[in-house]
Design a protein around this ligand. Structure first.
Ligand SMILES: [Zn+2]
Length: 197
């Protein structure tokens, strides 16, 4: 069996220009992704959408000793998926939403939060279980921010799969804080294909 999966990392309002932790180019990347989803959603067996879902007192916020401004607080507008993408996704029945960073004391850049050989986030386990039902899956990863949560997600994925085979990044649907250098270097180093879809 051959199956294709799409993992969209944190396409949330707070990471879009105008949000509390904006990444330059995120709006344009998510608009292009919305258009792609409208035309290609049916090609994927599942589209996984990850979401940072923080409580107000999350440890990653500067007021609590972290390095980021307050962002993606659950039930706030900044937590919501970018509207145009949300509308495109709502036309498909193969979309699953996954949450991370829900524990105030734990930072989770990756939905898998792969730690000590364990997938510590149950929503990440759900993704891996779906992928592992297939013998040669194709996994396309994109989202925000390329050099933080997308890269950490990829790093975990390669470790869990013990290979980068079938894993690629949709560069045109990804926005990075650094403009993309770190992600590009990471992909080269790990033999992950960078695509423009
Ligand atoms: Zn966060």
């Amino acid at each position: 069996m051959y199956e294709k999966f799409l993992i969209i990392v944190d396409p949330q309002n707070d990471f879009i220009e105008g949000g509390s932790l904006p990444v330059s180019g995120a709006r344009s990347a998510m608009q292009q992704l919305a258009e792609y989803v409208r035309n290609h959603a049916a090609e994927f067996s599942t589209i996984f959408v990850t979401q940072d879902a923080h409580p107000e007192n999350h440890c990653s916020f500067t007021a609590n000793g972290g390095i980021w401004p307050v962002h993606c607080v659950k039930a706030s507008s900044g937590f919501e998926v970018f509207r145009q993408l949300q509308e495109a996704l709502s036309g498909s029945d193969n979309v699953e939403y996954c949450q991370k960073g829900t524990d105030s004391a734990v930072e989770q850049y990756s939905i898998f939060s792969y730690n000590g050989g364990q997938i510590t986030n149950p929503d990440g386990q759900k993704i891996i279980s779906a992928i592992e039902k297939t013998s040669s899956p194709t996994i396309v990863v994109c989202g925000i921010a390329g050099d933080v949560c997308v890269m950490n997600t990829l790093n975990d994925l390669v470790q869990i799969r013990k290979s980068a085979e079938g894993i690629s990044v949709a560069a045109n649907f990804t926005a990075s804080i650094d403009g993309g250098e770190k992600l590009e270097a990471f992909c080269k180093e790990n033999n992950i294909k960078l695509l423009n879809l």
